[in-house]
Design a protein around this ligand. Structure first.
Ligand code: ZN
Length: 192
């Protein structure tokens, strides 16, 4: 019975900033390594060039990773070698082509583990995370602690010069000091 059972699926770790997504991704990756599995870890590059890098967590954990500018580059690095686990951090920064890529990897028998922000600082879905969550077999939503009231926090609060950012503020505000903290829905604020 079940002798034709195949491996390969998608696990999605999501949540706000400071919820421990990268920490959980690395925990699963390291368990794979202990089990002598072949593991490859990717993250999006910030400057359109791929490079060797590492995924680091707020707790100081890190593991070597490859920075890529498009999801298709993953195939190039696999290059006919057999991998058991492919991890992708900050997966919300890839375009929707990532859906096709991770579906194919899972179809080919690979355990795919992705981690990413499910909402932006406005509290709106961070695409393509909603689609990634939909096609994943396993979705884990992590929470941070609200820096105002101590509730479970699900949203990343953007602050500019210590004040809640406006809905239409540019990605980079010249000359301003920008920071983020985790907040619950009741303490999260967006200026209109
Ligand atoms: Zn709160």
């Amino acid at each position: 019975m079940f002798e034709n059972r195949k491996v390969g699926w998608i696990e999605c770790i999501c949540g706000s900033m400071f919820s421990g997504k990268s920490e959980e991704l690395l925990r699963r990756i390291k368990r794979g390594i202990i089990a002598k599995q072949n593991v490859l870890l990717f993250k999006p590059s910030i400057d359109d060039r791929y490079s060797l890098d590492k995924v680091s967590t707020h707790n100081g954990n890190s593991y070597e990773s490859i920075s890529i500018s498009s999801a298709d580059e993953i195939y190039k690095f696999i290059n006919n070698k057999k991998y058991d686990i492919i991890g992708i951090d900050e997966v919300q920064f890839f375009d929707s082509n990532i859906l096709k890529v991770i579906n194919k990897l899972a179809d080919d028998g690979i355990r795919v583990i992705v981690a990413g922000l499910d909402m932006d600082f406005k509290g709106e879905p961070f695409y393509p995370m909603p689609e990634i969550m939909a096609i994943s077999e396993i979705v884990t939503k992590l929470h941070a602690v609200c820096s105002v009231c101590g509730n479970e926090a699900s949203i990343s609060q953007r602050l500019i010069n210590g004040e809640p950012a406006s809905y239409n503020d540019p990605v980079v505000v010249i000359g301003a000091s920008e920071s983020y903290e985790a907040r619950c829905r009741h303490c999260h604020k967006v200026k209109l």
